[in-house]
Design a protein around this ligand. Sequence first.
Ligand code: PGA
Length: 257
Amino acid sequence: MKIIFVKDYEQMSAEAGELIAAQMKIKPNCVLGLATGSTPEGTYEYLANLYGSNKIDFSKVTSFNLDDYYGLAPEHEQSYRYFMNKHLFSKVNIPIENTHVPSGIAEDIDAACAEYDRAMEASGGVDLQLLGIGINGHIGFNEPDDKFTANTHLVRLDESTIKANARFFDDPKDVPKQAVSMGIKNILQARKILLLASGQNKAEAIYQTVLGPITPSLPASALQLHSDVVLIVDEAAGQKLWDAKKQGKVHEYVRTF
Ligand code: PGA
């Protein structure tokens, strides 16, 4: 895993935006795996600005999002389809029919999940997968468990995730208890993975992701099995890892501040 230590959220977003822009220049018809949450918002703003100054073109890009809440319609303000339209898709020239977000309201969820996997495969596979991380080490909505789940599936959200995401809802009771998420195999099939983390509450999960055992009780640890992962951490999220680096435990890294 290559680690980029940056100062703050703004730098993290700029570094991530530049890496995604580079992917789009190398392969204009690339397939991007996209994420939601507070972490990638700044990256999407950065990309929208690059697009606004004619530096990148989304006209041939395809996208697949990691997850969405079960039971929320795309028009719901807290659905991840709504988030993506608001923060990225409406600001750039990606054809909306090229964008995919798992459906949380399909009548037959299992069939919709299988179809999502098929569509990803038919697209040629994800070239670059953007990821955030939960404080419990989840990626997508792959929650800590006693096994890894391979493909897109319905998941029961962890109490810690429901609590962490309550900030987005008027009433904490409104946070859905389930979600539809790509599985760990889907994520590991991406050719390149870009993991972002900002803030002190992610420091332990990030440390375990990089240096802990590979275990479904910390799903992000599966990323150790992938040969092309770039991790961008700000000072707070990277603190524990930086301490480990001082003890010689981290090798492939750059520090930008
Ligand atoms: P956050 O969520 O970006 O809102 O912190 C990340 C995640 O839960 O994967």
